[in-house]
Design a protein around this ligand. Sequence first.
Ligand code: NDP
Length: 254
Amino acid sequence: MYLEKLFGLSGKVALVTGGGQGIGQVVAQGLAQAGAKVVIMNRANVEDTVSLIKSAGGTAMGVQADVTSEKQVDAALQKVLEAYGTIDIVVNNAGICMHQSTLEMTPEDFRRVLDVNLTGTFIVARAAGRIMIGRGIRGNIVNMASMSGSIVNIPQWQCSYNASKAAVIHLTKSLAMEWVDQGIRVNSISPGYIATPMSTDNPAEMNDAFIKLIPMRRMGDARELVPTILAMVSDASGYTTGSDFIVDGGYTCL
Ligand code: NDP
C-alpha cells in the first residue's frame, strides 16, 4: 500500500513525446499502468499506442505535433488542457540519430539532430513549464538523454547525436535549478543500447560489435527503463532533481 502510494500516478496526466513506437510506446504503457492518463505526442501514428493503452483498460489520447515546432507543440498542449485539464508529467522522449562520420556530415544534418533532440526537448519542456508554473502544478519532467551523452559509441560515428544528448543532460540540470522553487523536478535518463526500431535498423555486424562491449552482453529491453522512469516522475523520488539515471547494462563503467 505504501509503495503503491509512492509510485502510483492515479489522477496525474502524463505526456510522452515520440510515444508512437519504441521506448516511448513502452514507457507510455507503463505510465498508464501506474494510473496516469497518458497523452502521446508524435508527428504521425499516435493511434497505435492509444489503442494499446485503452485495450488494457487505461486512459489515453493522441496529439499530433513535431517537437521542433513551437506552434504545433503549443496547440497540442492546449488540446490536452481542454481534454484533461492539466499536465503533471512530461517524458521528453522524441529523438533521432544519424550515423555519419563527421567528415561526411553536413551542417544541415547536424542541425537537424540537434533540432529534434535538444531544441525539441527545450520547446516541450518550456511549454509544459509555463503551464505548470502558471497553474501552480508541482510537475515532473524526464528528458530522454543517452549513455552517448557521456561516452562515444564505437564503431558507429554519430557526433551530432552524442553532442545533442550531452546537451540534454545539462539542459536538464539547468531547468531543474531554474524551477526548483516552483516544485517542478527535472531529471534525465540515459539508456544504453535498447532494442527498438532505432537500434535494430543497424546492420547485424554493428549490433554484434556493440554487444561485445556491453558488460551484460545483451541489449536492454525498453521495459527495463520503465521502473526507473516511474520512480523519477512519482513521489518515490521527491528529493531528486537535476539527476541523470544511467541504465546501460554496465557500459559506462568501462
Ligand atoms: P524510435 O526511432 O524507435 O522512436 C522515436 C520516436 O520519436 C518515434 O515515435 C518518432 O515518431 C518520434 N519522433 C521523431 N522525431 C520527432 C519529432 N520531430 N517530433 C515528434 N516526434 C518525433 O527511437 P527509440 O524508441 O529507440 O528512442 C527513443 C528515445 O530514446 C530517443 O530520444 C533516443 O535518442 C533515446 N535513446 C534510445 C536508445 C536506443 O538504444 N534505442 C538508447 C539511448 C537513448 P515520428 O517520426 O512518427 O514522429
